[in-house]
Design a protein around this ligand. Structure first.
Ligand code: ATP
Length: 324
């Protein structure tokens, strides 16, 4: 291979820039050229490219978002769209790709690589930590830190006014952020999509906290929770314990932004480095990940066909004990 095309696609996540930087610098170190592709698959179709140099990725390791921008591109789901994308990248001399994104990005990369026989390596970038083949996705650690900071702030108000706060956090169908930030933020109760305990356990835990005369109570609700979202849960609880002063806070998109944590920067750098080295070795159609402290490679086929249960049983048990 002579020229790697790098792009970010799907939802942005802190650490994507650090990964771009690592891809560019590792490639250049190995005498490969790098083209940055703007707006993910959309940029391939529109021909939105930029020559990358060591300097073009200076001072981005600490930045949230993605300097290459991201987009969702429906056209890439069609054969004609992918053909246009291939013609454009071929004209640029791009003969290998590094895709940074989530599930949809991986699906597109796998298909594209099969159709046009172009090598591709993927890097898991999403705050949700919902991808197979890695213990941690890029951005997940930063999002946890952001949520914990928000919980701390909300707790100031909660304890000043003896209020109960229901805080809804992101994660799609995954309860990873909710569980980790819930434990780290000392939440009185945590509702997770993976553990469909219903409202009864929550009521029990709130009554326990009240009996102990706690001055503040924080309930973390994962966005994928099956009880209909924080507002709905608040309504049900209010009907059962009507003297509670319940406020709802949906943290929303602030969880996707911000400067990546030390963990995410190092992880991104290791992933970018590994992705390029795997391409050089002739590997393709695979995703980079980290298991324990080691970098691992998983074929895209396997990654896309598996869903991983990432909640740690012991951490679940610990969360319960902290609230009993
Ligand atoms: P996030 O998890 O943050 O949403 P994602 O990568 O899963 O990230 P998607 O919008 O699902 O985000 O996918 C990103 C892009 O990948 C899509 O806009 C589309 O261009 C491409 N893509 C997704 N699915 C397919 C598919 N089945 N075939 C071809 N391309 C696809």
């Amino acid at each position: 291979i002579k020229r790697i095309g790098v792009f970010t696609s799907g939802g942005d996540a802190p650490g994507m820039n650090a990964a771009i930087r690592a891809v560019v610098r590792t490639a250049i170190y190995n005498n490969l050229a790098v083209t940055g592709i703007y707006h993910g698959y959309q940029g391939m179709i529109e021909g939105s490219f930029i020559e990358m140099s060591r300097r073009s990725v200076s001072s981005i390791i600490q930045k949230g978002g993605t300097i290459l921008k991201s987009a969702r591109c429906l056209e890439f789901k069609t054969k004609e769209g992918r053909q246009a994308a291939y013609d454009n990248i071929k004209a640029q001399g791009i003969d290998a790709l590094v895709a940074i994104g989530g599930d949809g990005t991986f699906t597109g990369a796998n298909l594209f690589s099969q159709e046009f026989d172009i090598p591709v390596m993927c890097i898991p970038g999403t705050i949700d930590n919902d991808l197979y083949g890695t213990d941690y996705t890029l951005g997940y650690d930063t999002a946890n830190n952001t949520v914990i900071e928000a919980i701390d702030k909300i707790r100031d108000t909660a304890s000043s006014h003896s209020r109960v706060f229901f805080v809804e956090v992101m994660g799609r169908d995954s309860g990873c952020i909710a569980l980790n930030a819930g434990v780290g933020g000392g939440a009185e109760s945590i509702l997770l999509p993976e553990v469909n305990s219903g409202i009864d356990t929550l009521i029990e835990e709130l009554e326990l906290a009240e009996a102990r005369q706690k001055t503040s109570m924080i309930v973390i609700i994962a966005e994928g929770d099956k009880n209909g979202g924080a507002y709905n849960v608040a309504k049900i609880v209010k009907d059962k314990i009507n003297h509670l002063d319940i406020k709802v806070s949906i943290l929303g998109h602030l969880q996707r932004g911000g400067s990546p944590s030390s963990f995410d920067r190092v992880l991104a750098t290791r992933m970018g480095y590994t992705a390029v080295n795997e391409l050089i070795k002739g590997n393709s159609r695979a995703t980079v990940g980290m298991r324990g402290t080691k970098m691992v490679i998983t074929p895209l086929e396997e990654a896309l066909n598996n869903k991983e249960f990432k909640l740690d049983d012991e951490l679940l048990e610990i969360a319960n004990i902290m609230n009993k």
